[in-house]
Design a protein around this ligand. Structure first.
Ligand code: 2AM
Length: 168
């Protein structure tokens, strides 16, 4: 199973993010991430044997509560590789601490994680053909209320995500 931990936006925030992304397709082209698939990844695990799901459930249930202000999304931009994202110009200590706690628990349990630095973002478009210079947007508060363990299935139409478990 292809798994990752994420924080999902509520329905209202997902609608706002999707509304923000829609006009960007004209400029950047690419594929709009469906409203119901928008998420903030905390840790990407890749392929995991289903027998290890219980370990992931235990790790998820033992995570500290994210104390502090919500993540403030205040800019959009893009990366080479066709990702157009929404993200923050300022670090969010509560989010960084939560992601670090999760990553160290996963590493201690022997789960392989990517070596690249954690860069919180919400992917809005994939396969974009034009880069989007980073620019400010009206700030949006992204609550860090609930952590989800997600399964991703890759299809020719894009990835489908399913929530397997969640914790406050
Ligand atoms: P992305 O949105 O920038 O592609 C599920 O695939 C989630 O895990 C996506 O949000 C994706 O980020 C993220 N992710 C992190 N590392 C990944 C990797 N090596 N391969 C695929 N997705 C990865």
């Amino acid at each position: 199973m292809r798994l990752f931990f994420a924080i999902l936006p509520g329905r209202h925030l997902a609608g706002t993010l999707h509304g923000l992304a829609r006009p960007l397709t004209r400029r950047c082209r690419g594929r709009l991430v469906p409203q119901g698939s928008l998420h903030l990844t905390l840790a990407f695990l890749g392929e995991v044997a289903p027998q290890r799901l219980d370990e992931l459930r235990r790790i998820g249930s033992q995570l500290p509560h994210a104390a502090g202000a919500p993540w403030q999304l205040d800019q959009v931009g893009s990366w080479h590789g066709g990702i157009v994202w929404a993200g923050a110009s300022q670090p969010c200590p509560a989010l960084d601490e939560l992601a670090a706690a999760l990553r160290s628990a996963l590493a201690a349990a022997g789960f392989g994680l990517e070596q690249r630095a954690y860069l919180p973002h919400v992917t809005l478009l994939r396969h974009a053909r034009q880069l989007l210079p980073t620019h400010a947007i009206t700030p949006l508060a992204y609550p860090l209320r609930r952590i989800s363990l997600m399964a991703s299935t890759l299809t020719p139409q894009g990835a489908h995500y399913r929530e397997l478990a969640h914790w406050p």
